[in-house]
Design a protein around this ligand. Structure first.
Ligand code: CP3
Length: 344
């Protein structure tokens, strides 16, 4: 039994006495206790692949920030690795795939991963975390959307344009679909296993949705996200497709409960377009660089724009590593106070 189920009730569209709040990337470099632990290890992957350590950093923000949810410490790139494409996390640079997907043979080599066999360390981290949380807050599981995963597998690293990945959609659309189908099958089995291992809510990250033209988004991304949502009927699903403001009416038709908004979207414009869905977001991560009074004012304004119900407060993307954790606490405290007042 959960002692704090605000997140799940808001996600299901039920009334809550205040707005739940958590932050994308809340476990990570903003916390000194994360940096201390991380500094003692060989690297990011050791942390991700050691269930006891992953559980420890998953719970750090629950202790330090008093957020209403924990999100399992992992990465979206564990999926391509499970399919056969190893990633490296290069210090101060980000992810790198030494080998990338270019040909039919490359796609044929990729396996549909078995969750217990190839991603057992994430499932074990979920089980350890769930036990250690002892019902304090819900535990969020996640995966990347197939398009965002393809983008990394083809490009090999982060990019402003992902033009190699986008080139494939024009030059070899059938090959892209072949790969997307394998990623989707892997992701469905992986997320179902996460739920069995203890995840209370699932978030799908389509971080690179916004670089696609709308027609490509429909063809190469949204339909696979819809398949994933439909395969998870017993758990609330959040879809966060960054930058895809033009697809908002299509999201309303997705078989998911919650739509994540980035900071470019105005919740007042979005709300009437998404029916009874719950919305998540969307304070500008850079708003946390202001003074505490400015953070308070920006957070209150955001809450007013969403309205009191069917809202999960968050930033519009992951918190930046150089954010002062004191301002993160101001954000969280302000959500709790102001959203309680909004109901009074
Ligand atoms: C695109 C993407 C990735 N990973 C993720 C996404 C989708 C969300 C988004 O759009 O930001 C998702 C992710 N990555 C991480 C989490 C953990 C849970 C959380 O607290 O949100 C989650 C949910 C840990 C991480 N993933 C990464 C770190 C930093 C690694 C370190 O400790 O040095 C963390 C805490 C590394 C990572 N991983 C990735 C990149 C581009 C980078 C480098 C940039 C960076 O360093 O922030 C791929």
């Amino acid at each position: 039994m959960l002692k704090n189920d605000l997140l799940l009730r808001a996600a299901r569209g039920e009334e809550t006495e205040r707005t739940p709040v958590w932050l994308m990337r809340q476990a990570g470099r903003i916390l000194p206790q994360y940096r201390a632990l991380r500094g003692r290890l060989s690297g990011f992957k050791e942390l991700v692949e050691t269930p006891e350590l992953a559980a420890e950093v998953t719970i750090q923000p629950v202790d330090a920030l008093d957020v209403d949810a924990a999100i399992i410490f992992s990465d979206i790139l564990v999926v391509p690795e499970a399919m056969g494409l190893t990633y490296e996390m290069v210090e101060a640079k980000g992810p790198l795939f030494p080998e990338t997907i270019k040909t039919v043979q490359d796609v044929a080599r990729m396996r549909i991963a078995d969750p217990e066999e190839h991603l057992g360390y994430v499932l074990e981290a979920l089980r350890v975390t769930k036990r250690a949380l002892n019902g304090r807050v819900p535990l969020i599981g996640f995966a990347g959307a197939p398009w965002t995963i393809l983008a990394y597998m083809v490009e090999g690293h982060g990019s402003k344009t992902f033009s190699k990945a986008r080139r494939m959609l024009y030059q070899e659309p059938e090959l892209a679909h072949k790969l997307l189908r394998k990623i989707t099958a892997t992701t469905i089995a992986y997320l179902q296993a996460q739920v069995t291992a203890g995840a209370d809510l699932i978030q799908v990250f389509d971080s690179w949705a916004g670089i696609l033209p709308p027609a490509h988004y429909k063809e190469f991304s949204q339909r696979y996200i819809a398949e994933i949502c439909a395969a998870l009927p017993n758990v609330p699903v959040t879809v966060f497709a960054k930058g895809a403001f033009w697809a908002i009416e299509d999201f309303a038709a997705l078989p998911c409960r919650t739509i994540g908004l980035d900071w470019n979207q105005d919740p007042r414009t979005v709300r009437p377009l998404v029916g009874d869905k719950t919305l998540q977001g969307n304070l500008d991560p850079c708003a946390l660089y202001g003074t505490p009074a400015q953070v308070q004012a920006a957070t209150r304004a955001m809450l007013d724009q969403f309205g009191p119900q069917r809202h999960i407060a968050n930033l519009g993307h992951g918190v930046y590593p150089d954010t002062n954790p004191d301002n993160v606490k101001v954000f969280i405290e302000t959500v709790k106070e102001h959203s309680t007042r909004m109901r009074g």
